[in-house]
Design a protein around this ligand. Structure first.
Ligand code: NAP
Length: 292
């Protein structure tokens, strides 16, 4: 298998590259492949001749998207339509990444992949439209995920560790629940799904449920155990209403993974396990280039 990964340099694209194993894979950052540029997309497909295209490129600034709707739509929707048609033409399978933000968060039970979408933000709408565009491509696979973090890039785990080293007290939202998901595990699941020939919409996150507050407490404990100076920060729960954001977030964004687990013949690790493993790796990276 030969894979072309878009959005190189992003946290998921980097993990997809690392998870390639025996397969050939190249990740192009935006400077080499702007997915909004039809000619660049076609030139990349001509040169790489991939069997699989993992589209990890996206406009991911959820709050900024509220005021930059055109850009979010262009990258998360229109570019995916062009990518989908190019993949069909070049005989490559498109694997599109999507999000829990396609749902409104009002469900009392985990969302299955066939539940009706009802995005509440510009970002969520652009990603939902991107899903529909991707599914126009032959044998396309859409993988919805949530609450991603890794040792790289901007994410909740890294932000919390930085803030805990700077502050005595942090207030974190406790009335939004979902599942923290380590990007390395998602990348492995995406490769496995692509290689098993899965098509349509699949859900993948780590297992279990947490609020952002519970995630922050776990980050404090795991990071302190890994040697970061975070143990003394007092973490307090607050309500979403006391932490207003430009884009509304779903209150309940737990995704049901049963169908994906059945397709893969394995389950996701619990989110605490994913956090533990990622923290050990992050501590190792920080020890090599002392930035903490
Ligand atoms: N992070 C989460 O919690 C989360 C949750 C659910 C789903 N997802 C989805 O997971 C996927 C990967 O997200 P991530 O967390 O890895 O995001 P990320 O770290 O922000 O990576 C996205 C990458 O896409 C690049 N990009 C933006 N516009 C592009 C364009 N026109 N052409 C090519 N590349 C472009 C970005 O480059 P610049 O940085 O230079 O703009 C960035 O390197 C996305 O589809 C996202 O919607 C993420």
């Amino acid at each position: 298998m030969r894979a072309l990964i878009t959005g190189g340099g992003g946290q998921l694209a980097e993990e997809l590259l690392l998870a390639a194993g025996e397969h050939e894979a190249v990740a192009f950052p935006i400077e080499r492949l702007d997915i909004c540029d039809d000619a660049q997309v076609r030139a990349a497909l001509t040169r790489v001749k991939p069997n699989i295209v993992f589209n990890a490129a996206a406009y991911t600034a959820v709050d900024l998207a509220q005021t930059h709707a055109d850009l979010a739509e262009r990258i998360n929707h229109h570019a995916v339509r062009v990518l989908a048609s190019a993949c069909t033409e070049f005989g490559a399978r498109l694997v599109q990444v999507s999000t829990d933000y396609v749902f409104d968060g009002r469900s009392g039970v985990p969302y299955v992949s066939t539940d009706a979408t009802n995005p509440q933000s510009v970002y969520g709408t652009s990603k939902r439209d991107g899903e529909l565009a991707a599914l126009q491509s032959r044998d396309a696979l859409v993988v919805r995920t949530a609450w991603l973090y890794s040792t790289r890039g901007t994410n909740f785990m890294r932000t919390m560790i930085r803030l805990m080293q700077e502050r005595d007290e942090l207030r974190v939202v406790s009335d939004q629940i979902g599942t923290p998901t380590h990007a390395a595990g998602l990348a492995r699941a995406m490769w496995d799904l692509a290689l098993t020939g899965a098509t349509g919409v699949h859900h993948w996150t780590d297992a279990g449920v947490a609020s952002w507050y519970e995630f922050a407490l776990a980050i404090r404990d795991e990071s302190a155990a890994a040697g970061f100076a975070t143990a003394n920060t007092n973490v307090l729960p607050i309500a979403s209403i006391d932490y207003p954001t430009a884009a509304p977030r779903p209150a309940m964004s737990v995704l049901c993974k049963a169908a994906t687990w059945s397709a893969l013949g394995r389950t996701s690790p619990h989110w605490r396990e994913g956090l533990h493993d990622t923290m050990i790796e992050y501590a190792r990276i920080c020890a090599e280039k002392p930035t903490r």
